[in-house]
Write a protein of this length. Structure first.
Length: 252
């Protein structure tokens, strides 16, 4: 398979603090790759740099081209799309208007088929169709995550960056969200998944990286990482069970 994303020697500084240190990673076309690690490891910073939201050094090649100096809007137009940790929906707009905004760049280019894609999103997320005239601010946590995913898909991404999609959700909703992520792979979209819930992430991913204090400390197939004593001890032990959805805390 060819790589849709290749990151080499990526560094991100916050003042004098190096949040990401010479990170290397690759996402093959049509695969799900996850980056796991503790809070504060630099996972979200990594995604921000790939999207061009944060200044960085190193090389980011997307779809075979170096995107250094390319504006975030241009990266989105080329099929690189981020679903941020906080979802960043327009709360005072309806569900349908939020979805249509996801296709704004396509609309400006005069693309056709946006209505058909909206219908496909509703077929994938029936709950959004039921809530289509509600304001986004009135949705539950799980519904907001579905809306954030749906809005991103309306942009017809080639590579989807997901930042902590399970954050704050109840265990049952977490399982539903990861089922959706696994199902998205069948559509051909490649996914880079940043997630603290290592157990769930490794279950859906093909390959993974472990990021600690801004540095990739190990990588491998999801099966190899799930069997790694270091990963088991740090991320898949007793705390991993809690991460995997055996608690009832979280937002529905």
């Amino acid at each position: 398979m060819s790589a849709v994303l290749e990151v080499s020697g990526l560094k991100v500084l916050y003042g004098k603090v190096e949040a990401v240190h010479r990170a290397d990673l690759k996402v093959e076309q049509g695969s799900i790759v996850t980056v796991i690690g503790p809070n504060g490891a630099g996972k979200s910073t990594l995604l921000g740099a790939i999207m061009g939201l944060l200044p960085s050094s190193g090389t980011v090649r997307y779809a075979g081209a170096d995107v250094a100096g390319t504006r975030t809007e241009a990266r989105v137009a080329r099929g690189l799309c981020l679903v941020p940790e906080r979802r960043e929906l327009f709360g005072d707009m309806t569900v349908e208007d939020n979805l249509r905004l996801g296709a704004f760049q396509r609309f400006r280019r005069g693309e056709t088929g946006i209505g058909a894609d909206l219908a496909a999103i509703y077929a994938r997320f029936p709950r959004l169709h039921e809530r289509r005239v509600q304001h986004a601010a009135t949705l539950s946590g799980g519904e907001r995550q579905m809306l954030a995913l749906g809005r991103a898909l309306m942009a017809k991404p080639r590579l989807l960056l997901l930042d902590e999609p399970s954050l704050g959700l109840a265990p049952k909703i977490v399982r539903d969200v990861f089922h959706i992520i696994a199902d998205l792979k069948k559509t051909g979209v490649s996914i880079l998944l940043v997630e603290q819930n290592a157990r769930a992430a490794l279950q859906v991913a093909d390959y993974g990286y472990v990021l600690e204090t801004g540095e990739v400390v190990t990588e491998g197939s999801s099966a190899d990482l799930a069997a790694s004593p270091r990963v088991i001890e740090s991320y898949l032990g007793l705390s991993g069970k809690a991460q995997g959805g055996d608690t009832d805390a979280g937002e529905a």
